[in-house]
Design a protein around this ligand. Structure first.
Ligand code: GDP
Ligand code: IMO
Ligand code: MG
Length: 422
């Protein structure tokens, strides 16, 4: 009775959606445990690309159950839009998507607060997706939140108004104009739609199903370097994106966790502000962005690009207890004569492999250069057939991290995935 976890090891957008979708056939249940509509998880099959924000990436497999766990924050307006864009009827989807009664709601006024806070931040702007994530998690931890289970109460409208009035009082001290009504209509329609789904204490379901031998995959959002505790605070999201977050976000014991799959790109990207030691503000960075189509799945913003950062990757592996590494976007690196990997940092002139506490530290990456590969690799189906320079790159990462790379993704499509024995 083990639950496996798949999560991002970098700054998000590592390809979680694609790989969860590709792995779904071997699981019975796919469950999101944190984050909310700030996530954008893309997956492709039959030449169609889908982007999910709140709904777990197992939803396209009709025989799988999907759960939105208690650790997620849900915006009903976004939920409604996403459900409508999926294709299948609400009737059909409600048979394979279950929502935790304990998941907190993102209110329209949380989105406005997010924008108001960000507008006043000047140089410390986080670059939030402005989906209301920070204010919703703030209300959760300060015990002022509204939860999905509350929508079934007869006095829901009254408690909603009380919450909004509290937010409006805060907004009075900000020089920020907004129109609440713009969000509210779709939001309340989303509330009615939510009621058509099963809203239950999903922690019982998850534990019972795991106990009866069902295979469960917990799907992370964002990435370890955006974790509220271990990321480059304050340039982070507001949830625990790490493996421990799966326990609190689904209501399962650490003893129930099996494999912990850590997913990373063959290079690095980051959207929003914050330290990024290996960032390439030059033609190479531009090439990675253009070839890798590195534009945000949620906001469309260009992603900052840079070389693979091993000190950061090793840190993420340590914090999460990663048992297997999955590498994506190897195909984007085809065509480079040489490829750099950062193996340590020089911080204020001193070599170091730890990530400094101070975001302002002057970090110079120390690089190892490896030979690149020129071949197109997206149609390759077995590890052995990959170019030897790419296999050498992978073996270098395995040796440095001590964790096997058991999956290599060579394109965005479900089929462009090479699994390898541990
Ligand atoms: P997520 O947030 O971790 O699910 O990742 P996103 O979906 O935000 O961003 C990953 C992007 O890379 C998406 O556009 C995917 O379709 C695409 N992608 C995933 N794996 C690969 C891969 O191996 N090669 C290429 N070229 N694209 C990939
Ligand atoms: P997925 O699940 C990449 C970033 C934002 C910003 C910071 C805080 O698709 O990998 P927030 O909206 O949470 O207040 O933003 O975190 N961010 C992401 N970056 N992928 C994501 O999700 C992200 N979710 C949030 O850009 O820098
Ligand atoms: Mg994404």
């Amino acid at each position: 009775m083990k639950i496996d976890i798949l999560l991002g090891l970098q700054w998000g957008d590592e390809g979680k959606g694609k790989i969860v979708d590709a792995l779904s056939p071997v699981y019975d249940i796919i469950a999101r445990f944190q984050g909310g509509p700030n996530a954008g998880h893309s997956l492709e099959f039959n030449n169609v690309k889908h982007v999910l924000h709140l709904i777990p990436s197992g939803i396209f497999h009709t025989d799988k159950l999907n759960i939105i766990g208690n650790g997620v924050v849900i915006d009903p307006g976004v939920f409604k839009k996403e459900i409508e864009e999926l294709g299948p009827s609400v009737d059909e989807l409600s048979k394979r998507l279950i929502i935790s009664s304990k998941a907190n709601l993102i209110l329209p006024s949380h989105r406005i607060l997010d924008a108001a806070y960000e507008s006043q931040k000047g140089l410390t702007k986080i670059g939030s997706t402005l989906k209301g994530i920070g204010p919703a998690y703030t209300d959760k931890t300060s015990r002022n939140g509204l939860r999905v289970g509350d929508i079934l109460r007869s006095d829901f409208r009254k408690i909603y108004d009380d919450h909004v009035n509290r937010h409006l009082a805060i907004l009075k001290s900000y020089d920020f104009s907004f129109k609440l009504e713009d969000y509210e209509k779709g939001w309340f329609e989303g509330i009615e739609l939510l009621k058509k789904f099963q809203i239950i204490n999903t922690e019982y379901l998850v534990n019972n199903e795991a106990g009866s031998g069902k295979k469960i995959l917990a799907e992370g959002a964002q990435g370890t370097m955006l974790d509220i505790d271990f990321g480059s605070y304050p340039f982070v999201t507001s949830s625990n994106t790490i493996s421990a977050g799966a326990c609190t976000g689904l209501g399962v014991s650490p003893r129930m966790i099996g494999e912990i799959f850590g997913i990373f790109k063959a290079y690095c990207t980051r959207v929003g502000s914050g330290p990024f030691p290996t960032e390439l503000i030059n033609e190479t960075g531009e090439s990675l962005r253009n070839i890798g189509r590195e534009f945000g799945s949620t906001t469309g913003r260009p992603r900052r690009c840079g070389w693979l950062d091993l000190p950061a990757l090793k840190y993420s592996i340590m914090i999460n207890g990663i048992t297997q590494l999955f590498m994506t976007k190897a195909d984007v690196m085809s065509g480079f004569d040489t490829i750099k990997i950062c193996t340590s940092y020089s911080v204020n002139g001193k070599e170091c492999t730890e990530i400094p506490f101070n975001n302002d530290a002057e970090i110079e990456p120390v690089y190892t250069e490896l030979k690149g590969w020129q071949e197109e690799i997206s149609s390759i189906k077995s590890y052995e057939k990959l170019p030897s320079a790419l296999k050498h790159f992978i073996e270098f990462i395995e040796k440095e991290t001590g964790v096997p790379v058991t999956m290599v993704s060579v394109g965005p499509d479900r089929e462009e995935t090479i699994f390898r024995k541990k």
